[in-house]
Design a protein around this ligand. Structure first.
Ligand code: SF4
Length: 115
């Protein structure tokens, strides 16, 4: 390999390494691109707020806010803390459970009607 060929090879190799690094930084496998971890009903905050992934399973005697006809209309998808603009999203981040997602069909005692 002569001097000119070696320089050309090094330039191409350098660009290849740069391209691989850039694609790794912006690939969907980075933490930012990953969906937030789902809230576990058994974690302490979820238990203290009565979170259930399925609002139909909420014990309305223990959580009277969810009782009655008005309570039956409450679920994460129509809560002000549900962070998505997609009304059909089955799961989205919740401001109460920072960095985690909840089910649209879920409910917790912090429910507040979306404006
Ligand atoms: S605050 Fe709202 S969106 Fe979050 S878990 Fe409770 S009901 Fe669902």
């Amino acid at each position: 390999m002569n001097q000119t060929n070696r320089r050309g090879f090094l330039k191409i190799a350098g660009l290849g390494v740069l391209a691989a690094s850039v694609s790794k930084i912006f690939s969907p496998s980075t933490a930012e691109a990953q969906a937030p971890k789902a809230v576990d009903e058994k974690e302490p905050l979820a238990q203290s707020l009565g979170y259930h992934a399925d609002a139909k399973k909420v014990d309305n005697k223990k959580w009277p806010k969810h009782a009655g006809a008005e309570g039956a209309k409450q679920h994460c998808a129509n809560c002000m803390f549900y962070q998505t603009k997609d009304p059909k999203a089955a799961e989205a981040p919740c401001q109460i459970f920072a960095g985690k997602s909840v089910k649209g069909a879920g409910w917790c005692n912090s429910w507040a009607k979306k404006a």
